[in-house]
Structure formats: C-alpha cells, structure tokens
Ligand binder design. Structure first.
Ligand code: VG1
Ligand code: CO
Length: 558
C-alpha cells in the first residue's frame, strides 16, 4: 500500500459537541479540514488503535457524505484499517450503523450526519465516532480526538487511484485492505423482527381496517427502512408513507420530527383523522408519535414503552427489563414507572453517549430523552423506527383486551395510574453567543452553595417556591468519570423544575434551551402550554432571557 503524508496545521474549533463535530458544509470543504479531523479520530482511537481494525462507515445521505466516505477510506487505510464495512451509496441510519458495528463485531464506526440539522451545500454536515459497543464515543475519547486536532502536523493518505465504488454490493479487495459494501436496511430489519411481535401487529392491522398509519421520513435516511418495515413487512399501504425519498438536502426542509418542522405530517394527521402518525429525523435516531387527537411528548413515550415492555414486546419478555434511564432534562414520568416496577432508574446528562456504560453493564434496558430520543439496549444509539414499532406493538397488544384503544386512551390510562408530568421545552436558536453566555453565568450565581447572598432559594416565582438551584453533575456509576456543568436546575418545593442549558449540537451562534416540568396527580387533560404557563413566565423572569438575548419568542416549542 502506498501512503503519502500531507503536512497540515490545526484548525480551531474541532471539538466534538453533544453528538460529534457539526459545522456548515463549507467549513468541512476547506482544504485539510475534514482530513485533519478524520486523522485525529484514528490518532485518538482507543487501544489497540486502527492497525488491522474493522471500521463501519455510513451516513444519513446528506450532501458531502460520499466525499467524506472517500476521504475516510484513504486516511483509514493509511492508518492501518484492514476492513471497511460501508453502507451502499454511503447510506446508514445512525441506529443501523450501531447495529452493524455490534453484529459484525467491528472495532468502531464513523457516522456522517448532522442529525436533524438541515442539509445541502449551504447547510450542515457532521462526523461522529462510535466505539466497539456501537455507541457514541465517551467524553474521554472525544477529548482525545480534540487534543489530536490541536497538535496535528500531518495526516496520512493511501494512494488507491480511483474512488471506491460505493454502489456495488460485495467485497472489493485493495492492496493491504478491503471494502465491503452492505445493504443498509437488511441487518436492521432482521434485528427489529427479532425484537417485536410483527405477527401481532399484522393481525391487528387486518382486524382493524380503520386504523390508519402515516410515517414521515422528512426526506431523511429512514425512508427505505420505513418502506421495508411498514409496507413490505407489516402490510400497511403505500399511502402510509410520506417524504420517504432520501434527499441530499432533505427537500430543503428541517428533518427534525417535532410539531414545528414535521408540519406536513401534523396537518395530514389532523385533516385525515389518522390514528397513528410518526416521523423520524435526518439520521433516523429520533422519533415523534402522535394521533389526530393526541401528541405524545417524548418523555411520556419512553415511560409508556417502559410500562408495557415486559408485557408484550418479545425482546423484553425473553430477557426482562433491567433498569430504566432518562437524560436530566427529560421529565420524571419514567421514574414513576421504575418505582412501580421496582427497577433502578438513572438520570444522566444530555446525550446518548451517557447511556452506553449502563447498558454494557446490564443495568439499563430502556431509556429516553425529551428531545424525541427513545431506545433500548438492542443497540447503543437512540432509535426512531424502534420507538415507532414499539408503539405499534403496544397498541396492537392493548387492543386485544380493549378493542378500540387509541393513542389517546392509552396515554389517559397511563396517567390514571401514574399521574401526569406536564413538560415543555422552549428553544431559542442561533442567539448571539455572548449574551447567552452572560445569561448562563448570571444563573450560575444563583446556585445557593456558591453564593448564598444572591441565591434565589426560598423566593417565590409565579406561586412556586424555589427549593434548590444547582448545576447538574454526573458521576458515571460504571467508570466513575465525572461530567460537570450539564445544565442549571431550578427545583421548586412541589418538585416542579426549570432547567437551563446551552445546546451542544448547533453550528452557528448559541441555542438556549429551557425545559419546564410540573407533576399533576389528578388533572390529565389540560393543554401542556396552559398547564405550564406560570412556570414559563417564572423561567423568563428568573433568567431575564429577553434582556440577555433580545428574543421575545422561542424559535421552537416542543
Ligand atoms: C440535542 C438534544 C439531545 C440529543 C442531541 C443529539 O443536544 O437536546 O438530547 O442527544 O441533540 O441528538 P443539544 O446539546 O443540542 O441539546 V441527534 O438526533 O442530533 O444525534
Ligand atoms: Co438524529
């Protein structure tokens, strides 16, 4: 293998965020920029390093994925990678990539995505490194990658002549390494068929012709996965699919499954009185679930799945449910399920990478984030289609004993057992970074342990009395690593919470997130925005958000 070393100098800001390095495409297109970061991944790859390693590579199909794959093969081969397993045409959903790393016992994976951020030449691209367990690299590894980007002076490229043919399935041999192009969908569909009761869902569909499904891939990567599962396997009609053609720019849209960006789905679900609507994001790890008369907030969705899992989902019927978890800002609904079922429940910082150690240790089966992320230990990423099929499995199961049970009635029944954790999140996207940082600094000064004089403990906002203010800190129960400054929590004496965080996935300016939660043991039917209005006002008063950012309204409410 002939290898050439290219002299380079470090770029600023190649620090992986909540989920990999995300920047504008133009940033990645600068000479050496992508190469530097990819070389840094191989430099920092945990022992025994890239020599003779097997690497899975694929992405969400957005603009620049194919170029990046070609660069990764050249740089990876020069660094000693023995085999690349690549999704056909460079395509792998994030959950499918995780599944393939595990199934093929690869040494790691590189996933090319900026998730729900818009794509195309003027928008975003991203690169994320996953470990041998199929999960996102922990902070120790992303810190080592960042350190390598700071000290890089050269990267290595294999001279392989023409580009790799990414379309031809099968193995291509090169001097010193090989490339296997795999079908992006097959292994993943096999995995889901093993987890869920596909027969039960099919029977339910046949017996219930009024039950209408609509799945919207938002022109992201999940179109082909959705078609195979919902139409080919489960027998729903072709008209159950919306925007299932993967596009390099996602059709100009924002491939984020929420009520704002998945407006086409929301409109059709309402207009056509659809029983079950679902969407996933650009790379397929997020999901949204709703019906014409109910929106399932993601914090409730994971709690509901946890409630039913051991009763009707074959994977959990076989091996049991060994603990639950949520990210810190996610509502505490799942904690109530854990308490009722006698399960451990963990509260981790934002980002799926924090669930992996618990899963590997056998202490966590089902977990979720309020940001439309739901999943289990079948892989080490959140999994949009998994969550959607879990819901279908549960709806079919509940309908056996209660014919006519709907998304809405299932959630009402859940609330009558556990009460309801009302939840909302306000996002202020692309605000000026300095103002956002000053706002957070001021909030930090309220942390009672550090500055008791300016603390707000004991003060009343909108009728709610502050019991505690802190900056969330997490010690991983397995490797004891500590993650600090993960979000400022204002906790009230009735257990209501307001949480302030800055996003770690944006590519421009800062995004402020405010998370708001209140538990109600007996009223389940209030609109969440109405139920939480006094706390929203309290959050704006406490943070003085408008003074610091100039924003009167959030960009997105979820
Ligand atoms: C956001 C979400 C977080 C999620 C992350 C990656 O991070 O809040 O819950 O894990 O995106 O999801 P942040 O730092 O912007 O709040 V994905 O689908 O973008 O990989
Ligand atoms: Co995503």
């Amino acid at each position: 293998l002939s290898v050439r070393s290219v002299a380079t100098t470090p770029f600023d800001g190649q620090k992986p965020g909540t989920s990999g390095l995300r920047k504008r495409v133009a940033v990645f297109q600068q000479e050496h920029y992508t190469e530097n970061f990819v070389q840094a991944i191989f430099t920092a790859m945990p022992a025994p390093g890239p020599k003779n390693a097997v690497l899975v590579v694929g992405g969400d199909g957005r603009y620049f994925v194919k170029d990046a794959v070609q660069k990764i093969v050249r740089i990876g081969a020069a660094n000693g990678i023995a085999k690349f397993i690549i999704g056909q045409n460079g395509i792998l959903s994030t959950p499918a990539a995780s599944a393939i790393v595990r199934k093929r016992q690869a040494d790691g994976g590189i996933i090319l995505t900026a998730s729900h951020n818009p794509g195309g030449p003027k928008n975003d691209f991203g690169i994320k490194y996953n470990m041998r367990n199929g999960g996102p690299a922990p902070e120790s590894v992303t810190d080592a990658i960042f350190a390598a980007t700071r000290s890089i002076s050269e990267y290595h490229m294999a001279d392989i002549g023409n580009d790799i043919d990414l379309a031809a399935l099968g193995t291509q041999k090169f001097d010193g390494f090989e490339v296997e192009i795999v079908d992006p969908v097959n292994d993943y569909v096999e995995l889901l068929k093993d987890i869920f009761d596909f027969d039960l869902i099919r029977q339910f569909r046949e017996k219930t012709p009024d039950f209408k499904l609509l799945f919207d891939a938002l022109n992201g990567v999940t179109g082909p996965y959705g078609r195979r599962i919902f139409v080919d396997e489960l027998g729903f009609s072709e008209s159950s699919l919306e925007q299932c053609e993967p596009l390099e720019d996602f059709g100009g849209g924002h491939p984020d499954p929420n009520l704002t960006y998945a407006y086409k789905l929301v409109e059709r679900v309402e207009k056509e009185a659809i029983s079950f609507g679902a969407a996933s994001d650009g790379d397929g790890d997020r999901n949204m679930v709703l019906s014409h008369d109910w929106f399932v907030t993601p914090s409730d969705s994971v709690a509901l799945i946890a409630h039913y899992a051991a009763e009707c989902i074959p994977y959990f019927k076989r091996s049991g449910v060994h603990g639950l978890a949520r990210s810190m800002p996610t509502s505490c609904a799942i904690d109530r399920v854990a308490a009722a079922k006698g399960l451990e429940v963990f509260e981790v910082p934002t980002g799926w990478k924090f669930f992996g150690n618990l899963m590997d240790a056998g202490r966590l089966s089902i977990c979720g984030e309020e940001s439309f992320g739901t999943g289990s230990d079948h892989i080490r990423e959140k999994d949009g289609i998994w969550a959607i099929v879990a819901w279908l499995n549960i709806i079919a199961h509940v309908n056996r004993s209660t014919p006519g049970a709907s998304v809405r009635s299932i959630m009402q029944d859940f609330y009558s057992i556990y009460g309801r954790n009302y939840f909302t999140r306000y996002d202020y996207e692309e605000v000026e970074s300095d103002g956002a940082a000053r706002m957070v600094d001021r909030l930090r000064s309220f942390i009672s342990e550090t500055e008791s004089d300016s603390g707000i403990v004991g003060k009343v906002f909108g009728g709610f009395t502050v019991a505690k203010v802190d900056d969330f800190e997490y010690t991983d129960p397995i490797d004891h690593s500590v993650s600090r400054r993960q979000g400022i929590r204002v906790i009230f004496d009735d257990s209501s919470r307001i949480i302030f965080r800055l996003s770690g996935t944006g590519s421009q300016g800062a995004t402020v997130r405010i998370y708001i939660e209140r538990f109600d043991p007996s009223s389940f039917d209030i609109d969440a925005q109405v139920a939480l209005k006094p706390l929203v006002d309290a959050a704006l008063e406490i943070s003085q958000l408008e003074q610091f950012t100039g924003r009167k309204e959030p960009t997105v409410i979820t």
